[in-house]
Design a binder for this molecule. Structure first.
Ligand SMILES: [Zn+2]
Length: 61
């Protein structure tokens, strides 16, 4: 089973062998949601959980 490193807390994060890029895993140490961005070696990126509201649509005056 491949192991990645949590960018948040440097803990080992186990990734399923059939995991594909773009899948999400959770760090068991800190609970951060991580996206698989690489598989050989396993690379993990923190998923920002900010709500993408409609803020992008700023009012046009
Ligand atoms: Zn972590």
């Amino acid at each position: 089973m491949p192991i990645g490193t949590c960018p948040e807390c440097d803990a080992d994060v186990h990734v399923d062998t059939d995991t594909d890029k773009g899948e999400l895993v959770s760090c068991e140490e800190c609970g951060t949601d991580l996206e698989v961005v690489g598989l050989d070696p396993v690379q993990l990126d923190i998923v920002e959980e900010d709500d993408l509201d409609d803020d992008e649509d700023e009012d046009e005056f």
